[in-house]
Design a protein around this ligand. Structure first.
Ligand code: OGA
Ligand code: MN
Length: 291
């Protein structure tokens, strides 16, 4: 495989590999090595179907077994482990404007790290573009290791040992969405995560931020949320951000332990965008991982 840096220490492109074919142990090891150094890897022109995307992800590590969405019974995709990142209904038509799933999915436009609201959060995400709109709908990625490196020493000291609670309820509340069912409220009970992590593959520290954060342990909520807003603002300054302009059949893989990402808007009322995401699970809750 050919590896080309797109952004030093952050984004790379890998070509001359066919992800439809079973990966060798050496290929898996090499992809992990690239992921440890960079945090976002683009594999252009991979015309995968669901079986091939599933097999590829499954080869890289243990998968997240559940989807975290509303109306979980209304599913277009066959694999339970595949997340439907689209504006499409079960029959393939564009979701109605007032559909609860559309409202909920708009949360992807907020900066986040996948599944930080799960006790054991996500490791890598792999997002594959099947249908893209004629314009817009980029995905942006922010480098949380670089953002940590550039924090003032005083702030590093202040936040280093903090623990935050994450929930989908908190991120959706920022958009005025609160139409959760009783069961969803139970499923999305907040979970604690360290605010500062050490990335095992690079030994670099990173800030573990997401719009899913709703409290910081030991702080009054307004004080906590002002701090989190400031950190997100710092960490998403343009110097830390790569904006991916999709081409059909791009597969983009990112490490949720040291990045945030967000979707950008597009004309979702008139154009289809069909993306499918496989997600690897991390090894343990962040508080059970070495600081
Ligand atoms: C995701 C996600 C952003 C996008 O797949 O986890 O946040 O641009 N996607 O669709
Ligand atoms: Mn996401």
């Amino acid at each position: 495989m050919q590896i080309k840096a797109i952004r030093p220490d952050f984004v790379a492109e890998i070509t001359e590999i066919d992800l439809r074919l079973p990966l060798s142990d050496a290929q898996v090891a090499e992809i992990d090595k690239v992921m440890d150094h960079f945090a976002v890897v683009v594999f252009p022109a991979q015309a995968l179907n669901d079986d091939q995307e599933f097999a590829f992800a499954n080869r890289l590590g243990p998968l997240e077994e559940t989807r975290a969405v509303v109306d979980v019974h209304k599913q277009r995709l066959a694999y339970n482990q595949m997340n439907d990142i689209s504006n499409l209904d079960v029959d393939g038509s564009i979701l109605a404007l007032d559909d609860r799933r559309r409202m909920f999915n708009l949360g992807n436009l907020l900066w986040h790290s996948d599944s930080s609201f799960k006790a054991t959060p996500a490791k890598y995400s792999m997002l594959h573009a099947r249908i893209i709109p004629p314009e817009d709908g980029n995905t942006e990625f922010a480098d949380m290791r670089a953002a940590w490196d550039r924090l003032p020493e005083k702030t590093k000291h202040q936040i280093e040992t903090l623990v935050c609670d994450h929930s989908l309820i908190y991120s959706r509340a920022q958009l005025g969405f609160d139409a959760f069912t009783e069961q969803e409220l139970i499923n999305y009970t907040p979970v604690p995560q360290r605010l500062v992590r050490r990335h095992p593959g690079s030994h670099r520290k990173s800030i573990y931020l997401a719009s899913h954060i709703g409290t910081v342990h030991g702080m009054p909520r307004p004080e906590a949320m002002v701090l989190i807003r400031d950190l997100i603002e710092h960490a998403t300054a343009r110097e830390f951000v790569y904006s991916h302009k999709w081409k059909q059949f791009d597969l983009v893989m990112w490490d949720n332990r040291c990045t945030m990402h967000r979707a950008r808007p597009y004309d979702d009322k008139n154009h289809k965008r069909d993306m499918r995401r496989m997600t690897l699970t991390d090894c343990a809750p962040t508080l059970e991982q070495p600081a």
